[in-house]
Every structure is written in structure tokens, then in C-alpha cells.
Design a protein around this ligand. Structure first.
Ligand code: NAD
Length: 460
């Protein structure tokens, strides 16, 4: 655990470095982003190894869902940064002419990033891209539950960046708590809703703004008007990548009762073709992060009736891709975010009642709808609220840098990715400039006789 003295020393040094103005220089920012990308490329093999040790993550998933997302985000940021940093003109009402107005983005200062363990590289580095782009300094605390990746992130960042600019601090809850006692200029947290509340309460003491990237139970509605094979594949891909330990994974299926049997048959068939007869032997299937999460998930297998999977192996922290049928809204598996390879199925007959049920629960991070029916697409979009939505797809919206990513209400506060990251770590400073060559007296006391003039002036 890192002490408060060391933490406040790091913050002090970062504040001094920030005050030099070096981090504001655009060429410096671009240089640092290019360096970050090169470090990730150079560390590819070590990243695969660390993610294998922490989660048994297949190399393909490590590349696609961590390395590639980081590199694409850096490329997008470098491409657009010069236009983002430019001051933007704001229109001035003619009555105030010849004054002019502009909005300047300026960096905030020293940022704290606290990461989660499920995509331990991505969740530590992706916010850092926005931090650098906006001209800030940062302290990163990766998740202690992915220790190999946490150590690797520490090595690669601390080796290549000076600690007064960017540094990584490793540790568990106590380290987080020590960090949270300090004053930062923004705290970017990824994790569960319960800890999110603790982070926000700690931030409130210093009036520090927060971004909370949380989770929730993301519903997946399946209508009858679909391509059934593609629907099955896209659902099980989104659910079982990273063994369901994805904040955006479809949490449960809400299926039209007329198509349920066909859908479940297609899911069964495609699961077999994805992972073979025994997914435990597949090198493409991830393991559960630790025994605590394994035992939590094991308990959830007691809900409803397992129709596919349900196999577990504690030594390997293995839980097979599992589909649970005959689930009720008040079963344990429907209580909290599942965050594992268990997919409960609930049927509906009336979509309005299904939507009402979704709306009676906390707002999810994502909502998925499979349907060709454009009226239904519109109805679901207009009558539900969630961090994001995919139609006829799962999870993929997080791979579009132009789409701000984040939750709403219980699933999070604030957003990032692409320009949204730059905005999150910038203050938009409103400025007003008035020349000296004219100064009409209408606003100055004494006001006598000036009110009717002001009213006339504002009429136009
Ligand atoms: P978590 O909330 O347990 O931990 C996240 C971080 O908070 C860790 O770094 C941990 O050290 C720290 N922490 C834990 N307890 C703390 C405390 N009492 N005080 C201060 N800091 C504390 O979350 P997790 O288990 O690592 O991740 C799983 C959760 O994260 C899921 O709910 C998932 O949906 C969510 N998540 C969200 C996103 C997103 O982008 N929205 C991405 C990944 C995961």
C-alpha cells in the first residue's frame, strides 16, 4: 500500500509540472500520444501474457478488445486533436457589438484514473488518452484483481513517462482510499455502482468532478422479425466474450414467446460451433477472475432451469456458457448485474409490458434490440433510457470513437471515447472581449431615463 505522504508528494510534483505549461503544448500532447501507441505495440507479447495469467484471455480477444481499441482511439484522437483544441467563436447579440466571444478548452490539472479488472489494460489506458489529449497530468490506479496486468501497466507507463507527468500507483482498496483523500481536478472511475458511490462521496469533499463508468443489467430484447442465426451469434458473442465479464454484456434475454424455442435452438447450435462440445477445452474461452467472483456466480446457477451449460470447475475458475430458462423477475439471477457467463431468459407477449418492466428497474448501461421492425425500433428507442443502444447488435457501439460512451443514472455519470474524452478532461472557458474604441453609456448609473431606451434596444 502506498502512503499518503508519497501520494501527496506525487500530486505536488504533478501540480508543479502542470504549472510549467508543458502539457498544454499541442505538439507535446501529440508526441505523448504517439509514444503511448508505440509502447502498447512494443508490449504486445507481454500484454497477451499478463491477460492470459489474469483471465486466461484468448490472444484474439486481448488484441481485439484491449490493444486494438486503444490504438484506434489514439489514432482518432491524434487525427482530430488540432480541431478540438481550437477556440470556438460564440455568437454575440448585436446589442453587445463590437464585443466578441470565444470558448477556449483548457486542461483541468491532475487527474485520477481508477480502473476495473475485466478489461484491465483498456480501462487504465483508454481514459489516459483523453487526459493527455486535453493537456493534463495523471495518476492511474489499475485494478488489484488483475495483478499481472496491473504490474505490466505500472512497468510500461512508469518506464516511459516521468512521474511528474503520468504515473501508475498499484494497490488495493486502501490505496484507492488514500488516493481519494487527496484533491484532484477530476476523478475518472470504472467499476461497480456501490464503489462508484464511495468515490463520488470522497470527491464531493473537494468539489472534484467525477466520471463514473459503472455497470448494470443490460436487457436484450428479441422480437420475431429477425435473422435468427445472426441474432443468436451476435448475442452469444456479446455475452460470452471475456466469459461474460463485460460491463456491456447482454445481462438477460427478453424474448418474444413465439420465437423463444427457435432462438434457443440457434443459440445452442452456435455455442457448439464457437466453443466445441466442451468449452472447458476451448482455448477461446476466458476464465473467471478469482474465487470470490466464481462463488458468487455459482450461487446464481440456482435460479430457474439450466438448459445449456451450467458446468463448473473451481480449480480452473471455469463456468461454462450457461443459458437459464424459466426465470422470474424476482429470482436471484435477476437482482444484480450478472457479470459472468450466465444468460437468463424471460419471455414476453406484450412489448409494452416488457418495456414497462425494464423502465421499472435501474437504468442500464446498454440496451439491445433485435428486430427488423422499424416501428418497434422507434418505440424501444423512444420509450426506454440507457447509456447506449445497439439495434441488431451487441456491445459494438463501444468501438465507435465518435459515439460518447457512458451510463445514465445508476449505470454512470459522464462519458468518454473520442471527442467526449477530450471534453471530459477539459474546462470550456467562456471569454468575452470588448475593444475600447466605443463605450455607450446606456448601462451605467445614473439610470434615470435609460430604462425605456434599454427596452427599445432589446426589442430587436
Ligand atoms: P469495483 O467497483 O469493485 O472496483 C473498481 C476499482 O475500485 C478497483 O480499482 C478497486 O481497487 C477500487 N475500490 C474497490 N473498493 C473500493 C473502496 N471501498 N474505496 C475505494 N476504491 C475501491 O469494480 P470491479 O469489480 O473491478 O469491476 C466490475 C464492475 O465494473 C462491474 O459492475 C462492471 O459493470 C463495471 N465496469 C464498468 C465499465 C464501464 O465502462 N462502464 C467497464 C468495466 C467494468
Amino acid at each position: 500500500m502506498i502512503s499518503n505522504i508519497i501520494i501527496s508528494d506525487i500530486i505536488h510534483k504533478q501540480r508543479d509540472f502542470f504549472a510549467t505549461g508543458n502539457t498544454r503544448n499541442i505538439d507535446f500532447r501529440i508526441q505523448q500520444l504517439k509514444k503511448l501507441k508505440q509502447i502498447i505495440i512494443d508490449s504486445e507479447e507481454s500484454i497477451y501474457q499478463a491477460l492470459k495469467l489474469d483471465l486466461s484471455k484468448p490472444i484474439f480477444e486481448s488484441f481485439a478488445t484491449e490493444i486494438a481499441l486503444i490504438n484506434k482511439e489514439i489514432e482518432y484522437t491524434i487525427k482530430h486533436l488540432k480541431s478540438w483544441v481550437r477556440a470556438k467563436k460564440a455568437q454575440v447579440p448585436w446589442q453587445l457589438l463590437p464585443a466578441s466571444a470565444k470558448i477556449y478548452p483548457e486542461p483541468l490539472g491532475v487527474i485520477l484514473i481508477i480502473g476495473a479488472w475485466n478489461y484491465p489494460l483498456l480501462l487504465a489506458i483508454a481514459p489516459l488518452i483523453g487526459v493527455i489529449a486535453a493537456g493534463n497530468c495523471a495518476i492511474i490506479k489499475p485494478s488489484e484483481f488483475a495483478p499481472h496486468t496491473s504490474t505490466l501497466v505500472t512497468q510500461i507507463i512508469n518506464q516511459h513517462f516521468s512521474p511528474e507527468y503520468i504515473t501508475v500507483v498499484e494497490g488495493g482498496v486502501e490505496t484507492s482510499q488514500n488516493l481519494l483523500q487527496e484533491k484532484f481536478d477530476h476523478i475518472f472511475f470504472t467499476g461497480g455502482t456501490a464503489v462508484g458511490k464511495i468515490v463520488m462521496a470522497a470527491a464531493a469533499k473537494h468539489l472534484t468532478p467525477v466520471t463514473l463508468e459503472l455497470g448494470g443489467k443490460s436487457p436484450c430484447i428479441v422480437d420475431t422479425d429477425i435473422d435468427i442465426q445472426t441474432t443468436a451469434k451476435r448475442i452469444i458473442w456479446g455475452k460470452f466474450i471475456n466469459a461474460g465479464q463485460t460491463c456491456l454484456a447482454p445481462d438477460y434475454l427478453l424474448v418474444n414467446c413465439q420465437i423463444k424455442d427457435d432462438l434457443l435452438a440457434a443459440i445452442k447450435q452456435n455455442l457448439q460451433s464457437f466453443y466445441g462440445d466442451n468449452p472447458q477445452l476451448s482455448s477461446d474461452y476466458t476464465r473467471i477472475i478469482n474465487p470470490k467472483q466464481f462463488h458468487r456466480l455459482e450461487q446464481l446457477l440456482k435460479s430457474g432451469e439450466i438448459i445449456i451449460g451450467g458446468d463448473t470447475n473451481q480449480n480452473e475458475l471455469y463456468i461454462s456458457p450457461t443459458i437459464i430458462d424459466n426465470v422470474n423477475w424476482d429470482d436471484d439471477v435477476m437482482e444484480d448485474e450478472i457479470f459472468g457467463p450466465i444468460l437468463p431468459v424471460i419471455t414476453y407477449t406484450d412489448i409494452s409490458a416488457a418495456i414497462a418492466k425494464i423502465n421499472s428497474r435501474p437504468k442500464p448501461l446498454a440496451l439491445y434490440l433485435f428486430s427488423r421492425n422499424q416501428n418497434l425500433q422507434r418505440q424501444v428507442l423512444e420509450s426506454t433510457s440507457s447509456g447506449g443502444v445497439c439495434i441488431n447488435e451487441t456491445v459494438m457501439h463501444c468501438a465507435v470513437p465518435g459515439l460518447p460512451f457512458g451510463g445514465v443514472s445508476n449505470s454512470g455519470i459522464g462519458r468518454y471515447h473520442g471527442k467526449a474524452s477530450f471534453d471530459t478532461f477539459s474546462h470550456y472557458k467562456s471569454t468575452y472581449k470588448n475593444p475600447f474604441w466605443i463605450d455607450i453609456n446606456w448601462r451605467y448609473p445614473p439610470y434615470k431615463g435609460k430604462l425605456s431606451f434599454l427596452k427599445q434596444l432589446l426589442r430587436f
